[in-house]
Structure formats: C-alpha cells, structure tokens
Ligand binder design. Sequence first.
Ligand code: FES
Ligand code: MG
Length: 556
Amino acid sequence: MIYRSWMRNQGFGAEVFDGRPVIGIATSASELAPCNAHLHRVAEAVKRGVWQAGGFPLEFPTMATGETLMRPTAMLYRNLMAMEVEELIRANPLDGVVLLSGCDKTTPAMLMAAASVDLPSIMVTGGPMLNGKYRGTDVGSGTHVWRFEEELKAGRMTQEECFFAEGCMARSNGHCMTMGTASTMACLAEALGMQLPGSATWPAVDARRFETAQEAGRRIVAMVDEDLRPSRILTREAFENAIRVNAAIGGSTNAIIHLLALAGRTGTALALDDFDALARPVPTLVDLLPSGRFLMEDFCYAGGLPVVMKQLVEAGLLHGASVTVTGKSVADNVATAACWNPEVITPLDDPFQPAGTGTAVLRGNLCPGGAVVKQSAASPHLLTHRGRALVFDSAEDYHAVCDDPELDVDANTILVIRGSGPKGYPGMPEVANVPLPSKLLKAGVTDMVRICDGRMSGTGYGTVVLHVTPESALGGPLALVRTGDEITLDVPARTLTLEVGDAELNRRRAAWRPPRPPSDSGYTWLYGEHVLQADQGADFDFLRGRRGHAVPRDSH
Ligand code: FES
Ligand code: MG
C-alpha cells in the first residue's frame, strides 16, 4: 500500500498498479545544459508510447552535464552522472528505462549506467540543432566558434559581428549540429543498437523526433516483455560496429574514451589499438564539419545513419547479425535505407575521404600507453613532422603568453601542453587544440603540431596529438619534456618520439616530483583517487563491470 498510495497523489488510478511494466524515463533536461533543455517535451512523447503499449511511464530527472557551462570540464562529472543514473535506476521499482540524453557527456554517462544495471533500456537522444545560418552561409556549432574567435583575434571580424553570428549559430533547441561529440555519441548509440534506427539525426525540433520518441516508448514495453537487456546488445561485435561507424562518420576522438569506458562496464575486452585496426579499412563517408562541409540537418535529409550502416553491412564491414533495441538485427534495421544526397553521404567506392585517414593511435617513448590524432581534422603536411618543443605545464600558462609578439615560436615549433590529463587537471578537459600564437596567426599560419594529455572538442580541428598516456601528473614521459627538445611525429608509422636518450630521460625522471593533487576532499578528491587513464576510458576503477538490478532488502 505504501508504494501505491503515495503515487496516487499524482492522480494515477488504482488500475495502473495491475502489474503492467513500470517504465522509468530518465531525463537529463536542464536549463544549465541548453542542449538538453527540451527533453521534457521528448519525455511527453515517450510517455504517449508507453501508455499506448500498456506500460506505466514515470519521468525522473537526472544530473545533466552541460558542455558549455560546467567547470573545470563536464568530463569531470560524466562518471558522477553515470553513478547517479545507475543508482536511480536500481533503487526504484522499474522494469525498463528510457534514457533521454543530448549534450556530449550525457549520452555515454547514461549508457554506462544502463550497462551496469542491465535492465531493458532504450536511448532517445534529443537531436541536433537546426543548421546555423549566418550571412548566407551555414555555420556549425563549436567549429565556427573557434573560427570566429580566430577571425576576431586576427582583426577580420568585429565584436559586434561576433555577437550577431553567435545567435545565428544556435537558433533552435538541440545539441551541436556539427559531427562533434554529441552527434557522434548519438550516432554511436544507434550503431551500438541502443537507439532506434534513424533516431540520431532527426533535428531536435523536427516532428519526427517526437514520433521516434513515441515509438521508443512503445518499444521499451515490448523489450521488457522480451527481456531484451543491454547485456544482449552491448557485445564485442556491437563495439566493433560502433568503432567502424565512428570512422565512417568522421566522428569525435572523444568517442574513443567513452566507448572504452562503456566496454569496461560490460566486461568486453576492448583496447585502444582496436580503434586503429578496426577503423583502417573504413573510408569516411559523411562529409560533415569539422572535417567536411555539411551539418547534421543535411545528414538527416540525406537519409541519416542507416544509409551509412547499410553500405558498411553490404561491404562486410559491420556485424549485420548484432541484435538491437528493435529486437531485430542491424542488417534488418537498415535494409530499406536509401541515400537522397550522395554529396553528404558519399558512396563507399567514391568516399569523402579514403580508408586509413581516420583517427590514428600512436605509440612511442612519449606515449607508452598510447595517444590519438584525428587525421581528418589535421593538416596533411604536418602528419610527418619533426620540430622543437615549446613546453607549457598548463593551458593557462600558454594562454598567458600566446599573444606575446616576442614568443619564441615559428610554424615548425611543436606546442606541448601538459597537466591536462584525467587526474592532473582534473577531468581531462578539451584544451588540447589551443589557439595558435597571435604572431603566427597574423603571419597567415593556420596550423601547427600540438601535443597534450587532454582532449579536444569533437568540433575542433588542427594537427593535435591527444590523450597522451600516461598523463604528466602521473609522471608519464610527457612530464619530462623540456623546451628545446626535438619531437618527431610520424602518423603513417603511428609513432610519437621524444628525441632524447634514455639515460637523460632517466635522470629527468629521478628529479621529477608529482604535482599536488587538485583537492583533498569532496568529489574532486574521489575523482583523483579513482579515475583511470584515457586508454581505459577515464572511468572510475570501482565502477567498471556490471552490477545488475537486484536489490536485496526492502525499505520498510
Ligand atoms: Fe552540448 Fe555541443 S555543447 S552538444
Ligand atoms: Mg563538445
């Protein structure tokens, strides 16, 4: 009675407690996470579907990790959100759950939670914003912010023009409409089989977004009946599919970290090197910013992700038999997909970018645990490059001097930005693609090699070596580099080499002292104590694995 009676204060009649499936709708809506601000409306559509299929829907709020406002970085809170969502699902009497996400970290956080609880779960991402429109051209969130800032710095744009342009860029509900991390993770949720086919690309304000959400509501009720749980969907084959789809869409480097973390929740053996090996035979098919020209709205109208997946299935590049939330296989889901714009979704035999030009995994004495570089966002002439290091212990140290006309830097210099790893910053922020020094920008230089133990926004671009592991705060070799050292980047050979002998490096290592931890109490302390390195997805060590949904004891 205590379960029923209090719920009835919301006006539910006694009949809804007849044993029908109770479906939780986990909503990461928040005005502080603008990309997710409209998710209450998506939840209403899901509820319609749940009622329609004979379930009992109950919406509940979760934490929202908004990329733009949270400091020091939303990534610091991805694991907290994952932990919160996991516990909310387990602690409440739910039979299935619909996960409503949008902004970058909210999608992996919810998937990680669902994987650890392992109740029937379906994801509905909130959809991208409409294309930005500024002075007759399409502008993309993220990517054009960085461009406008450079234009402003170089004196080619006024502050007033910038204010106007920023409003033109974000003109509807939804997440970033470039192929940044949010769009990437929405597509990968679909590629993994965790959201309905075609669902990743409907714009947030498109009526079909709400139609899809309603369908997801109907589907979750059936999934409860079928006992179709994440453990049947998130298999090694599903991760391989996601990695290959990520290559085909020119997806974000952040996806590597999130997929590694998610795999850790499922007990699937997945290594950083799998990303390089699996992606190599896959050309980039989708011509979207930041690597290409178009935006998510164009991708949607061209047919969306099912068109990409169908091509990969037909080429034998995907496991077509993998099970998805539809209850059907990947191959069945995409069988009728058709491409309506081959400029946006290019054919496999004439791709936007050839196979082997995706994100590469590097090894070498500067990154024994690996590092990554997004070739499609880099400058071809810098992919093989030797240069003199200019070292900064933090991004702030660099920002303090980057406008200095006397800065000892030229186009061949390699900027090393350290202190930006999971433990050191803390939270592994997106600071790796620091802007070029003003002096070089004014001279017309558009790119230079940057090396960092942090991340880069999925909408960023440049020849930037990311996720250097182990990070400098743990005394990784990155901590030992000094200004003036020579570094060789050889992406075709997949190596990153600090041209300093072992004896000298050992001397430097002996003299190295760890930095003070960023905090000695609270969540930040917990984070620093338990966060894993980038090659393990920067999850907490104690959150890896599947804990199930059994609750041993009652509350009263
Ligand atoms: Fe939220 Fe880009 S800031 S998706
Ligand atoms: Mg982002």
